[in-house]
Design a protein around this ligand. Structure first.
Ligand code: 4AD
Ligand code: MG
Length: 428
């Protein structure tokens, strides 16, 4: 049975070993070759010699990144860094790699992001790149566990839809037989319908599509949205669930630190206590005190968000956004209806989540649709769910790649996306 590189430390001197992996490096001296074999758990030095290794002469020809199966014996009499090496009895080529490589795995010169993404299968062989996605996996497991344990049902809603949720400009159109359909921007309408359906608490992890034309380090045209919706709940309940969900995810990540190169978890702080809250109006005051001019009803620029974010060391909420800035389903604040029961979760200048208490009164909802220039008839499948007993409810949507970006302190959201879809890229 083959074992992994990380399992070698449990093996004794002279033990027979079968290992599979990629040839990361090879150094051929006169009567000895040193190979570095890599698998998903690490690297190990393999030594081949004419009197020890079958077909020794062919070994020097093996190209980098060829897939190998190595049979040999472990020894600790070595000067290699790990203190272990394998003396090879045979080195079998399972599949040869073409040469030269379009992207080096260990070359010290950092390739640009476009070359990396074009050759993503090679880029992901770098342990530090693979680690981003192992981190994302642990983070999501922790959050999923938290929502499951809090009574949420994981659901899967359609991605081919008939109506926009977050504004008409950013929709991808799809020809759906004789009808015009769209790719969903958010599971918003469906998760609300499920509250009327009585599921009470739902969460979904799925793709969301935005036809945003701008190419920025923060935007993707397809991203992974973690969404929740809770019945008989308001924006404060939703913020509480968000705060605890994010903490649980990070806690899980830290305690399941991916094995591999330097664990980033060493630097990751688990946020503690309640995330501070600042209202939209307080943000304006703060910005004005720093010499910025903001009109009520305008969104903050990235520079302004940087200024606001510089006051906080970790996550913080911006609450009570102007109703005019939020989607039609957002509940206006009772008694102060120019603002809404809405919030964004922020980290520095990055918006990680948007959420709100939702309108549950069907008449107000129709009014809100019209005031946003939308036709209620296009939303009848959604409005119907409000006409036969819809509980008050609240929820949010969180961009998973943005959360990974800030946790690992990455520069570009594409780094946190296996196969990014941006303004110019639809392959690989
Ligand atoms: O702020 P957004 O557009 O809100 C909604 O979709 C609501 N339906 C959420 C709700 O339940 N009220 O998107 C939610 C989050 C953003 O905060 C951001 O993290 C992420 O999704 N996001 C994007 N991530 C990457 N690229 C994009 N183009 C994104 N657009 C939104
Ligand atoms: Mg938002």
């Amino acid at each position: 049975m083959p074992i992994t590189v990380s399992e070698l430390k449990n093996k004794g001197e002279g033990e027979e070993i079968l290992l599979n992996g990629w040839l990361q490096e090879i150094r051929n001296l006169k009567k000895i070759s040193f190979l570095v074999l890599r698998d998903h758990t690490g690297t190990i030095q393999i030594t081949a010699k004419p009197d020890l290794t079958e077909n020794y002469d062919s070994i020097s020809q093996i190209t980098r990144e060829t897939v190998l199966s190595v049979h040999g014996n472990l020894t600790r009499k070595t000067q290699s860094k790990s203190g272990i090496e394998i003396l090879a009895k045979s080195v079998k080529v399972l599949n040869e790699a073409k040469s030269p490589l379009p992207l080096g795995i260990i070359d010290p010169v950092g390739a640009d992001i476009e070359t990396r993404l074009t050759n993503r299968f090679l880029d992901l062989r770098k342990p530090e790149v693979a680690l981003i996605f192992r981190t994302e996996s642990e983070l999501l497991w922790g959050m999923r566990e938290f929502f499951h344990d809090s009574g949420f049902v994981e659901v899967h809603t359609p991605k081919i839809v008939a109506a926009a949720t977050e504004g008409g400009a950013d929709l991808f159109q799809v020809q759906y037989f004789e009808k015009q359909a769209f790719l969903n921007q958010s599971p918003q309408l469906y998760k609300e319908i499920l509250i009327s359906a009585g599921l009470n608490r739902v969460f979904e992890v799925g793709p969301a599509f935005r036809a945003e034309k701008h190419n920025t380090p923060r935007h993707l045209n397809e991203f992974t949205s973690i969404d929740i919706e809770m019945g008989f709940a308001d924006h404060n309940d939703a913020m509480h669930m968000l705060q605890e969900g994010v903490k649980s995810g990070i806690r899980h990540l830290v305690s399941h630190a991916p094995v591999s190169t330097a664990p980033p978890s060493a630097k990751i702080q688990i946020p503690e206590g309640n995330f501070p809250r600042i209202t939209y109006r307080e943000c304006i005051k703060k910005l004005e005190s720093k010499g910025e001019k903001v009109k009520f009803g305008e969104d903050f620029t990235p520079e302004q968000l940087k200024l606001i974010g510089s006051e906080f060391t970790s996550f913080y909420f911006i609450t009570e956004w102007p109703s005019s800035l939020r989607a039609f389903y957002t509940q206006p604040k009772p008694g102060d209806e120019v603002v809404s029961n809405s919030f964004d979760l922020q980290y520095r200048e990055y918006e990680i989540t948007s959420g709100a208490q939702r309108v549950h009164d069907p008449l107000l909802l129709e009014e809100r649709l019209k005031s946003k220039g939308l036709n209620p008839e296009d939303f009848s499948f959604y409005l119907n769910a409000f006409r036969y007993g819809m509980p008050p409810h609240a929820g949010w949507g969180l961009g998973l790649e943005r959360l990974v970006l800030i946790i690992l302190n990455l520069q570009n959201i594409r780094e946190a996306t296996l196969f990014p879809r941006d303004r110019t890229r639809i392959t690989p």
